[in-house]
Write a protein that binds this ligand. Structure first.
Ligand code: MV4
Length: 446
């Protein structure tokens, strides 16, 4: 096992990794930017190293500074968390070249599953359901027109290197396909340095269902069932839950097994999420693979009892997963509300600043993953998420009641947060039924 791990991240996920290291009796070294110099979680690490000014390109995204810190601190491994450098195959390769273990997949596996065209190819070979569309990247405009005629409009153009909804265009006829294709290529090249685009059938209304998987370096892989993340705004998830409500058990088992097969075939080690859209007949279509630990991993931890962050560290150190698929059971229901320093009354305008009041909820079945405390100042430099409130209960209805109770206990001021929005959503009839689609929240907010 590792002796020392460098955490190349900040905020709640840095703290989550510090805690995992402590429980594994590994020393943690946390890097921070000048904007985070006063953050209280840094004192919970064994060592903290300033790597530069607030702007991420000069700190959390700066590979040479991170490697310098890792060399000085003499760590065995680097945990990237999520965001920043977590899905950069070039960073994983630099770590390998410097003989520092990257806690995540190999650069090869990351490169393969992180590219959407490659991931679709791998999915097809592993019999993971995908949308009908072009075989690989589009080379000629005429090829796209032929494929679209075959699968029928509407179709969607996506950038192979894109993610989180960037570089997508919906086309309802041949003329718009031709125009959009030229623009999409240019945009993809400018934005991602890779002009490869592909097309597939566009699905209007759907649910976002994603499968959590874990792999090790010995060819073992398991799935930890699925999450529903349909409650989102502008491709930012707002509420996540596990398991996905109202899904047929046979369809669930088939899509979850398929996801585990995909990462096993790719020789993938670490945590991955295979994202799907699910239509109203509960057909699944893979969207993409996220090659990292995700923000919403706690809901899966709560229903399966598996510590996903510890698992990523153990498998990176070469240990076997030690989890048999038949032993992974779903226990009850978990819901996560993302607490953002934003004003839902003012179009989600960021609300950074000093937190004067911070009274977090507690009691049975309540988990708070946050680095915020009374007196903490939310810096304006980064993502506005300041924490996650997670509840676990015996069933979905009880979990909703418990979340309402926990949200009512929560006091944060004077900064604005998304707490009032969550309280409203917990009372919403469609949400309470289970099975809202990915456009629900944006329709509601209009
Ligand atoms: C789609 C789609 C409909 N049909 N693909 C958006 C983010 C990226 N991961 C893929 N996305 C979509 N791909 C086909 N063939 C609709 C979306 C989409 C979406 C997906 C998941 C969660 C929220 C979304 C919001 C708008 C569009």
């Amino acid at each position: 096992m590792f002796s020392r791990v460098l955490i190349a991240n900040r905020g709640e996920i840095a703290l989550r990794i510090i805690r995992a290291c402590r429980e594994l009796e590994i020393e943690s070294v946390c890097v921070y930017s000048q904007a985070d110099a006063d953050a209280p979680y840094l004192r919970l690490a064994d060592e903290a190293i300033c790597i530069g000014p607030g702007p991420a390109p000069q700190s959390y995204l700066n590979i040479s500074r991170l490697i310098a810190a890792a060399e000085i601190a003499n760590v065995d491994a680097i945990h990237p968390g999520y965001g920043f450098l977590a899905e950069r195959a070039d960073f994983a390769q630099v770590c390998r070249d410097c003989k520092i273990e990257f806690i995540g997949p190999s650069p090869e596996a990351m490169g393969k599953l992180g590219d959407k065209v490659e991931a679709k190819r791998a999915a097809k070979a592993a019999k993971v359901p995908i949308f009908p569309g072009s075989e690989g990247a589009i080379e000629e405009e005429e090829e796209a027109v032929e494929v679209a005629a075959e699968i029928g409009y509407p179709v969607i153009i996506k950038a192979s290197a894109g993610g989180g909804g960037r570089g997508m265009r919906v086309c309802h006829n041949e003329a718009s396909l031709r125009t959009n294709l030229r623009n999409a290529r240019q945009e993809a090249l400018a934005a991602f340095g890779n002009g490869a685009v592909f097309i597939e059938k566009f699905l209007e209304a759907a649910r976002h269902v994603e499968v959590q998987v874990l792999g090790d370096k010995h060819g073992n892989s398991v799935h930890l069932y699925e999450r529903d993340c349909s409650m989102q705004r502008r491709h930012q998830k707002v509420i996540e839950e596990a398991p996905a409500p109202n899904v047929d058990p046979k369809k669930r088992d088939s899509v979850c097994s398929a996801a585990a097969r995909l990462i096993r075939n790719a020789g993938y080690s670490g945590a991955a999420t295979v994202e799907f859209l699910m239509d109203d007949k509960q057909n699944f279509y893979m969207l993409e693979v996220n090659t990292r630990v995700q923000v919403e991993h706690p809901v899966t931890e709560m229903i399966t009892g598996v510590d996903i962050v510890k698992a990523t560290i153990r498998v990176a150190a070469g240990e076997e997963l030690g989890i048999r698929q038949r032993d992974v059971k779903v226990n009850g229901h978990a819901i996560e509300c993302r607490i953002n320093a934003e004003d839902p009354e003012r179009n989600f305008m960021p609300s950074p600043g000093r937190i004067e009041t911070f009274e977090a909820p507690g009691g049975p079945g309540v988990r708070m993953d946050t680095h915020a405390v009374t007196g903490y100042t939310v810096p304006p430099n980064y993502d506005s998420m300041i924490g996650k409130l997670i509840v676990h209960a015996e069933d979905r209805a009880s979990a909703i009641t418990r979340m309402e109770r926990a949200l009512a206990e929560f006091r944060i001021g004077p900064i604005k947060t998304t707490i009032p929005l969550h309280a409203q959503l917990m009372r919403n009839g469609a949400f309470r039924q289970g099975g809202i689609d990915i456009h629900f929240l944006e329709r509601l907010l209009k």
